[in-house]
Design a protein around this ligand. Structure first.
Ligand code: AMP
Ligand code: MG
Length: 531
């Protein structure tokens, strides 16, 4: 039965799409437990004392049929903090498992996410969920809450990613709860209270690889089949009726979408930070923004996640490998439905081949080249080590490269680049000077050989190389401002991040290397999973 949310001017109708079509947990309480034989448990959000709006995305509201003015009503904060539930609402938390840092972790599940339901129109489904609205049966030994800093980070980044054209879940709002949450930010034995918050996240669906893995691991193959069939009919109807062939095509499509997502990450310099299989969306969306970061000084081994500082499993340059590793785990999970190792292997092998092609064409587009032949590839292979040894800012480099004209003298351009984009000091840059000058000259030679027009190239490069990304310290500044009750910085930054490929002269000052203070500061250069 549908449930309606009546706001002052609008009505949201939630359909219980997930819960009506899949088996649920008969036990109705929030006690932490192992839940077997079920895809979800019904659960109610924990009411909070003083919900207050920090930030909202009217564009996401519009998709749910909300008018802009609805966002600033008292109802809005009550509903999207979890305080106000409709009479027939049946919120739920999903059961899933996952491989964390390479090891099977058993049952995880929505430990601090509560789904309000699905909003359905003739052409779309949007699932709406609250993150940080209290414990669920899946909270294990944690509190089910989220703090303001991590909530702002999730809100800003998921919206920024959307405007960059990267497949992602979105966020409707961040609301502080008025409660204090106990967290040890550095995991160093110095916990403190921090303001709590709830993010309302919106996406067609939040199913993860781990949702399928848990049933395969438990041998609950009938439920695995029900969940997979539900996924197919709801999200992949174009693949046809469920059956062995369709399951293979489904796996191929998940693999294709996952690859597409990772290629976008590599294009814009995004590092997810925790690519565990419970954080991999079956719809190929970037999901669960935790200790993510943006590549500033180019370094393939860079990770923002301090928990991963030793192994660097989820570093920038590892992301395609890990996506493939995760797809192997999904293949294992779907195997009982398919029982054809070769068919699954063929999809995985195809991932590697296609990755090579797509990476090259993506990098060619960033460089403004028509193709990436052997000569060009050799030049790319010279560039990347130069960028990492000079600690060259990823975003500024590619954006500035578009300004170089075929006939421009090389030295002045290098000097400009040196000034704007290098973090490395003279001692590291000087020995590479000749190599840099040669590289720029060879780059121009490729442009001449490929008969590329300067103006046309700049247009094309600017469409794939963002001018503005959510630099790690920008989120930090927004959090500091919001913590003081000043929401101006998030507002200004969000406006900038909505048009990341446009010049936006009024935001030119943000097109700059990150300041020195930010490079070592916790929350800017390093983050823990504490959120
Ligand atoms: P993550 O890697 O942050 O996406 O989370 C891994 C698992 O831990 C998921 O099942 C989350 O729901 C759960 N989790 C993380 N933080 C909390 C929390 N504060 N309370 C309850 N569960 C949590
Ligand atoms: Mg997660």
């Amino acid at each position: 039965m549908a449930c309606y949310i009546l706001m002052s001017k609008s009505l949201i109708e939630f359909q219980p799409l997930f819960t009506d079509n899949l088996p649920g947990d008969p036990q109705i309480d929030n006690s932490r437990r192992q839940v077997s034989g079920a895809c979800y448990s019904f659960v109610n959000p924990t009411p909070c004392s003083k919900p207050a709006l920090v930030a909202a995305s009217p564009e996401v509201g519009e998709q749910l049929g909300l008018k802009r003015e609805d966002i600033y009503t008292p109802d809005f904060v009550q509903i999207f903090s979890g305080n106000l539930l409709m009479p027939k609402a049946r919120p739920y938390a999903m059961c899933y498992g996952g491989h964390q840092f390479g090891h099977w972790a058993g049952q995880l599940g929505d430990g601090r996410v509560i789904n309000l339901g699905e909003y359905k129109t003739h052409d779309k489904i949007l699932s709406v969920q609250l993150k940080g609205a209290g414990p669920t049966p899946y909270s294990r030994n944690a509190d089910g809450l989220a703090v303001l800093r991590s909530s702002i980070r999730e809100f800003m980044c998921s919206e920024a990613m959307f405007y960059l054209g990267v497949p992602t879940t979105r966020a409707l709002s961040v609301i502080t709860t008025g409660e204090q949450v106990w967290r040890d930010v550095l995991y160093d034995g110095n916990p403190a209270f921090e303001p709590g918050a709830v993010v309302c996240r919106v996406a067609p669906g939040f199913l993860r690889f781990g949702n399928y893995e848990i049933f395969a691991a438990r041998g609950e193959i009938d439920i695995l089949k029900q969940l997979t069939d539900f996924t197919l009919t709801t999200y992949f109807p174009e693949l046809g009726k469920p059956g062995k062939e369709t399951y293979i095509e489904f796996f191929r499509e998940v693999s294709r979408r996952t690859l597409d997502m990772v290629i976008h990450w590599l294009r814009v310099g995004f590092v997810h930070g925790v690519m565990n299989t419970d954080n991999m969306s079956i719809l190929g969306l970037t999901i669960d923004y935790g200790p993510y970061g943006w590549l500033e000084a180019y370094d393939e081994a860079w990770t923002p996640n301090s928990t991963d500082a030793q192994g660097r499993r989820y570093a920038f340059g590892q992301q395609a490998n890990i996506a493939l590793w995760n797809l192997w785990k999904l293949a294992n999970a779907l195997y009982p439905l398919i029982q054809d190792v070769n068919a699954l292997k063929e999809v995985l092998e195809d991932f590697s081949v296609t990755y090579g092609q797509r990476y090259k064409s993506m990098m060619a587009s960033k460089l403004g080249w028509m193709t990436m032949g052997e000569k060009e590839l050799a030049l790319l292979k010279q560039l990347l080590p130069l960028m990492s040894s000079g600690e060259v800012d990823f975003t500024i480099f590619f954006r500035t490269l578009a300004d170089l004209k075929i006939k421009d003298p090389v030295r002045p351009f290098f000097d400009q680049l040196r000034d704007q984009a290098f973090y490395g000091d003279e001692a590291v840059v000087q020995p590479d000077l000749e190599n840099w000058l040669n590289w720029i000259a060879s780059y121009q030679k490729v442009l001449i050989d490929q008969d590329v027009d300067d103006q046309d190239r700049k247009l094309k490069m600017d469409a794939v190389n963002p001018k503005y990304v959510l630099r790690n310290y920008m989120a930090h500044l927004a959090i500091e401002a919001a913590s003081k009750g000043d929401h101006g910085v998030p507002g200004g930054l969000m406006e900038m991040l909505k048009n990341p490929y446009d010049e936006q002269p009024k935001f030119q000052h943000w097109f700059a290397k990150s300041p020195a203070w930010a490079r070592e500061k916790v929350g800017c250069s390093m983050l823990s999973c504490s959120s």
